[in-house]
Design a protein around this ligand. Structure first.
Ligand code: DGI
Ligand code: FE
Ligand code: FE
Ligand code: FE
Length: 187
């Protein structure tokens, strides 16, 4: 699928603000793919579609999680986590994207997972450091991403976990498992 077609499909699903974020993630993901030797076209499509389900009603996402046998554990945690796996499902169903690597990069863009692929890491990181992001610590992660993909990813995960803990929010187990996997094996 060409960029223009993908962007037109996604634009219908998002607010103007979220669409601008998506463009930032797309541009950042392509740069990271070039730098670290990933497939640039897959990075582009995964980035364009990564937040496809962001504005779906919670009850619709809840239903997809149950009907498609996604981890039920998701329902006990922040609903912000749901748009990633539900997005992977809807992008396949509604936009006809069938590439497994692209769908997995969408599926794991919020929680990560142990043993993430290069493409998954790139989309996760691009989502975190795209130019429209302004949260504390993002500049350090941008710097790290220039030369150390895993180092940048670890810093982004640390920031996310600390942020959730400071707000007394639960942390989804896969988020911790991803952090442990990166720290222990350099993957
Ligand atoms: O969809 P975006 O805002 O672009 O970014 P995202 O898909 O990375 O969503 C991150 C949001 O999810 C952020 O507001 C924090 C929230 N969240 C809640 N629980 C967890 C979590 N994020 C992670 N990584 N792990 C959690 O356990
Ligand atoms: Fe997201
Ligand atoms: Fe993210
Ligand atoms: Fe995003």
């Amino acid at each position: 699928m060409i960029r223009e077609t993908a962007l037109a499909l996604v634009k219908e699903q998002l607010t103007e603000h979220r669409y601008k974020h998506t463009i930032g993630v797309m541009e950042t993901a392509i740069k990271l793919a070039e730098k670290y030797g990933a497939d640039c076209q897959k990075a582009e499509l995964a980035a364009i579609f990564h937040d496809y389900a962001k504005f779906r009603p919670k009850d619709e996402m809840n239903k997809v999680i149950l009907e498609q046998s996604m981890p039920k554990e998701l329902l006990n945690f922040n609903s912000e986590l749901w748009h990633a796996p539900v997005g992977a499902y809807l992008v396949e169903k509604e936009a006809g994207i069938s590439d497994r690597e692209i769908l997995d990069a969408i599926r794991y863009h919020t929680s990560g997972r142990p043993g993430m692929t290069l493409l998954e890491k790139i989309v996760y990181l691009a989502d975190y450091i795209e130019p429209g992001r302004h949260f504390p610590g993002v500049e350090d992660v941008r710097q790290l991403a220039e030369s150390d993909l895993d180092g940048a990813l670890i810093q982004a995960m640390k920031n996310t976990i600390s942020f959730l803990m400071k707000k007394n929010q639960p942390v989804y187990p896969d988020t911790f498992h991803t952090y442990n996997s990166l720290i222990q094996s350099g993957r």
